[in-house]
Design a protein around this ligand. Structure first.
Ligand code: KE4
Length: 433
């Protein structure tokens, strides 16, 4: 086992970064606070591997939190970005690439009659909710404890006491008024949703859900949960919004909605559709999307929305996925190997662990509980996870620096990386917890 080079350059950069950037990072989870250690700084990546600024190589199971489904630096995506950037980086005007992207996405996702490009998953979820409120002329929204839909004010809400209260802001700087219309239900608990509709008849514009939750760790929908949400929304005149920023094009070309056969009214996308560039999108029923400016009264805009270089990267990646269905066979096979291996190793060791996974997406929780919602996810021992994280990263395995995130396998991973990873995991579980 090649020991890592000391993290000298990462340490220097982090010290300087903390002077200039809040917490030294441009997104909180990158600060590694969830695992009580300083972050590594990345120099470059290629295929299934990421390299830090001190020359250490890691097997990468983050893949930029999902976008790099083909692995880093895919030659075709790289060529597409170079070709597009040679023509100009941004015009703030309509381009053919946006039409091609809209055509491709609406051809692959049956519920998508129209789509609007934005620059992040946050913008996509925020804008989809605005469209739903504009269409229904209702103000309240339902989200689920533990589901994350980006950092727009109305969605930064933790479950109030009980599950039926109006949301309390999860962040300083968010006025209570911005979250007063955000109601919080419990994932996999249809009754908690029905109670909200009973308490707020004809006031709820939309229910927004990650069809496979991946921000409390990975939590799968129980049989009938998504179908139940569909029925309730249809009966109550509310819109069902699937936040497929992670699951979109990850679980298959039609995402979770295709996998589970439940059709939302609107969908939020991000990550994979950008091929690693900043891209989000939202779309769905034509009668809803035609309310979006300039065709209707719901305003939403963005200087870099549909950026030609980002469209080139996203188009190339989506077209590759469409032309190579074997990508899904490959990542699902490796995902199955990895997550079955994690289950077997931890149970052989008698460790208090449980694993949730679907295809190439999954999480190992340090809890004996079956993790089916936010409450059970929170029983996980984050101290144990931090020790597990340290053992793996110090041996060249790079995974989420938080118990409440997901592992992602890419098309660039091979069985060799999975075997190597499982060897190191087995080594960890030999140490008494
Ligand atoms: P962005 O604004 O970060 O592009 O997307 C927000 C978002 C929306 N919906 C879902 C289901 C998401 O998972 C995300 C963002 N995911 C996190 C990782 N769990 C991004 C990592 C980060 O915040 O740095």
């Amino acid at each position: 086992m090649k020991a890592l080079q000391p993290l000298i350059r990462s340490t220097e950069l982090f010290a300087e970064a903390k002077e200039l950037i809040p917490g030294g990072v441009n997104s909180p989870v990158r600060a590694f606070r969830g695992v009580n250690r300083d972050p590594i700084f990345i120099d470059h990546a290629d295929g299934a591997f990421i390299y830090d600024v001190d020359g250490n190589r890691y097997i990468d199971y983050i893949g930029s939190w999902g976008p790099l489904i083909l692995g880093h630096n895919h030659p075709e995506v790289y060529k597409a970005v170079l070709a597009a950037s040679a023509k100009g980086l941004s015009f703030g005007a309509a381009t053919e690439g946006e039409v091609l992207m809209a055509r491709l996405m609406t051809s692959l996702v049956p519920s998508l009659e129209m789509v609007r490009m934005v620059n992040s998953g946050t913008e996509a979820a925020m804008s989809a909710l605005r469209a739903a409120r504009g269409f229904t002329r209702r103000d309240k929204i339902v989200k689920f404890a533990g589901c994350y839909h980006g950092h727009s004010d109305a969605l930064l809400v933790k479950a109030g006491s009980g599950l039926l209260s109006g949301g309390m802001p999860d962040s300083a700087g968010v006025p209570v008024a911005c979250t007063a219309d955000t109601l919080v239900a419990s994932f996999n608990d249809i009754d908690s949703v029905e109670q909200l509709f009973a308490q707020h008849p004809k006031q709820i514009a939309a229910v927004i859900v990650e069809p496979v939750a991946a921000n409390m760790g990975v939590v799968l929908p129980d049989d009938g949960f998504l179908e139940g949400l569909r029925e309730i929304c249809s009966a109550e005149g509310a819109l069902l919004i699937f936040d497929e920023v992670i699951t979109g094009f990850r679980l298959g070309l039609a995402g979770a909605q295709g996998y589970y056969g439940v059709q939302p009214d609107l969908t939020a996308f991000g990550k994979i559709i950008g091929g690693g560039m900043p891209v989000g999108a939202y779309g769905g029923r034509r009668e809803v999307m035609e309310l979006i400016a300039p065709s209707g009264p719901v305003y939403q805009a963005g200087t870099l929305s549909g950026n030609p270089v980002a469209m080139a990267a996203g188009l190339c990646q989506l077209q590759f996925l469409q032309d190579h269905p074997e990508v899904y066979d490959h990542i699902n096979h490796l995902g199955n190997m990895l997550f079955t291996g994690l289950t077997e190793i931890s149970s052989r060791a008698g460790a208090p662990c449980s694993v949730n996974h679907i295809g190439s997406l999954g999480s190992l929780f340090f809890t004996n509980e079956k993790v089916g919602d936010f409450k059970t996810a929170r029983t996980a021992d984050t101290g144990q996870y931090a020790r597990y994280f340290a053992h793996l990263i110090e041996r060249g395995i790079y995974q989420a620096p938080s118990q409440f995130e997901a592992l992602f396998v890419s098309y660039a991973h091979t069985e060799a990386e999975i075997h190597k990873t499982l060897e190191i995991v087995e080594d960890f579980f030999r140490i008494p917890l």
